[in-house]
Write a protein that binds this ligand. Sequence first.
Ligand SMILES: Cc1ncc(COP(=O)(O)O)c(C=O)c1O
Length: 436
Amino acid sequence: MKKKSTSDFRYNTGDTRIPWATVGESIRSDDIVEILKFLVPAGNTPKKYRAQLNRLITEVKKTCALGHYTTKLTLGSKVTELEKKVSAMLGVKYAAFLTNATAGFQIANGFAGVKAGDEVIVPAITFAATMLYPLSIGAKVVFADVDPVTINMDPADVERKITPKTKVIMPVHLGGYPVDMDPIMKLANARGITVIEDAAHGFGGVYKGKQLGTIGHFGAYSFHEVKNINSLGEGGILVTNEPCGADFPKARFAGFDIAHPIDHWLYDIVALKWHGDYFVPGNHSVTEVQAVALLSQLKRLKSIIAKRRKNAAYLNARLSKIPGIEVPPLDSKEVKSTHHLYLLKIDPSVLRGDIQDFKAELAAHGITQIQHFAPLYRFSILKQLGYDTAAIAKTCPNTEDAFLHRFTHLPLYDFSRTDVVYMADTIIKLITAMRR
Ligand SMILES: Cc1ncc(COP(=O)(O)O)c(C=O)c1O
C-alpha cells in the first residue's frame, strides 16, 4: 500500500523516511463500506439487499487490497479540478470551493471591507445566511422590499434605502429566478458599493447572457443537500473576477501563505484586504470527496435544470388559465432560471381566504409547499440586536403582503408524470373551491 503523501500543503516535510503526513489515520476498506451502507441503505428488498451487500463488501475489500488508498482527503487535486471546471464553465477568473455559501458571503464581505456601523442591503425575503455576517460584526442590515411579481429584491427600493454608509448590496436570485441586476449594478458602480450575489439557488442560471453569480463583484453558490446539485450535503463556491480572488485559498484556510514562509517555519499567516481594512480569515475547508461528488453531479446539471424547466412549464400551462392564481415568469430571451423552486402566487381579492388557507389545503392534500422564506426582520435576532422591526415592516409593504397573503413555493424536480399532473389537478380543484 502506498504511503500517505508527504507533500501535504500544511506539513510539507518532503519525501522522507518518516514523513509528518503519516500522523493522520488513512481511510480503510471498512470506512468505505460504512459510507456505502449509509449512502445506499436497504430499500424495500432488504433480504436481496443484504445478500448483494455482502457480495459487494467482499469485492470492495478485494479491490482495496489491489489498489492504494487516497492519501489527500482535504483541499487537494479534486478541489482544484472542481474549481478549474467551474471557473471555465462560468467564465470567471477565481473560484473557491468552500464549506457552504454562507462562508462565501463572509469572505466576500471581508474583502468588501464591511465593518461595524457600515450598512448592507439585503432583500427582506431570503434565507438568514444572507444577513448573518454583517450582523455578526455589528454592521447594520437594511431590508429592501421585494418585487411583487418575482419576490426578488426590488431595485427601486434598494435605491431608496442606499445611504452614504452603504457598503454592500446582496441581491438573492430566489428560487433560481434572476434578480434584475442591471439597475442594481448601476446604482452600486456609481457609488463604489460592492455587490455580492447570493446565488445559492442560482448555479447555472443566466441574466442577459451572464451567468448568475458572475454579474456582481462576488457571487456565492450553495451545494447544500436541497439544491439542484449538491456536494454530499454541504458545500458552496465563491467566485469573482476581482484580483483579490487570487487570495481565495488564503481566505478559505486561516490566512495560510505557504509561498512566503516566515523564517524558521513552514508558512506565514496573513490578514487580507481588498477595499478597506484588513479582515481575519477563518477555516472553510472542504474535503476531496465532496469535490468528487460535485464534479460528478456537474455532468448532470444541464439535464437536471431542463427537467425542472419542463415541469415548471407544465404547471404554468395548466395554472395560467385559472382565476385566482398568478403563475411565475419563466425563461425568456434575457433570463434563464435554474427552476430551483416553483413560485406559486394567489390573488386573495378573488378568493375566500388567502395563502395561509391555501397552504393548509395543499398540505391536507399531500402537496408539500414551503414558503421560501419568511421576512428576515420577523425573526427574534433582529429585535435582540435592537432593530425596530415594526418600523422596518412598514418600509416593506410588498414583503408583508406577499408573505401574509400571496405566495408560497412548490418543489420542482424530476417528478413522475402522475405526480405533476396530481399537483396541477389538486391546485386547480382547491383554488376553484376557494373562489368567491
Ligand atoms: C437563499 C439562500 N441563501 C443562502 C443560503 C445558504 O447556503 P449554505 O447553506 O450553502 O450556506 C441558502 C441555503 O439554503 C439559501 O436558500
